[in-house]
Write a protein that binds this ligand. Structure first.
Ligand code: CA
Length: 227
């Protein structure tokens, strides 16, 4: 189990670390928000423990940033002061999955961590990944190289189908059916959609994943063999 603790109180960090490492957990720590955010979006954790009151960014904002920028859906457990019930509610709106009021018992903390990591693990595979392109089907979000990319519903559907069928040249007709079912438009709207998809998914990045298969259709792959 890999846990990230973002907390500026070194006593709390030390006691959580001692306890969880004793249980065989791997722990990374950050004592400020920016370091925490950086770790949360670049590394994979089973759970992030996030203190509400940090020196540089408040926990609510940080929670939102992690939700926005992280590649994976990581569960976030927020630590709050006893008197901040409103903050707790705000914490949930910002995307925290659970909270714990200080002071808390380490046993309780461990129980919550286990529940959160299980909850995520039991979810059906709702994420598709090809190279550095990631599609979160449930959340309807797409990411490339850790950056959120915005797609309209048609482009999302098109990309999802391509990611479900990677490395395969897909005929135009099949893609038309994915987008329009039995009522495709007269014009070559598919080409336009594909062009737009490329502008968003490939253009800002150094390596193209979307390829035109001349006279046939399109292909999504992170392998090098070009047509
Ligand atoms: Ca604090």
């Amino acid at each position: 189990m890999k846990v990230l603790i973002i907390e500026d109180n070194q006593d709390i960090v030390a006691s959580i670390c001692d306890y969880l490492e004793g249980l065989g957990y791997t722990i990374d720590t950050a004592s400020d928000g920016m370091t925490g955010l950086n770790l949360a979006i670049t590394k994979d954790y089973d759970v992030v423990i996030l203190d509400l009151g940090l020196p540089d960014i408040d926990g609510i904002t940080l929670c939102r940033r992690i939700r926005q920028d992280a590649q994976q859906l990581v569960p976030i457990l927020m630590l709050t002061a006893r008197d901040s019930i409103e903050n707790k509610l705000e914490g949930f709106e910002s995307g925290a999955d659970d909270y714990l009021v200080k002071p808390f018992s380490l046993k309780e903390l461990t129980a919550r961590i286990k529940i959160l990591s299980e909850r995520i693990r039991r979810k059906p595979a709702s994420q598709l990944q090809i190279g550095d392109l990631l599609l979160d089907v449930d959340a309807h979000k797409a990411y490339r190289a850790g950056k959120r990319i915005d797609l309209n519903p048609t482009l999302f559907r098109l990309l999802m189908f391509l990611m479900q069928n990677p490395h395969r040249a897909i005929p135009r007709e099949e893609l038309k059916y994915v987008v329009w079912q039995d009522n495709p438009p007269e014009s070559d709207a598919l080409r336009t959609h594909f062009y737009n998809l490329r502008q968003i998914v490939d253009k800002p990045f150094d390596r193209p994943l979307l390829h035109t298969v001349r006279g046939f259709g399109f292909k999504l792959t992170d392998k090098n063999a070009e047509d």
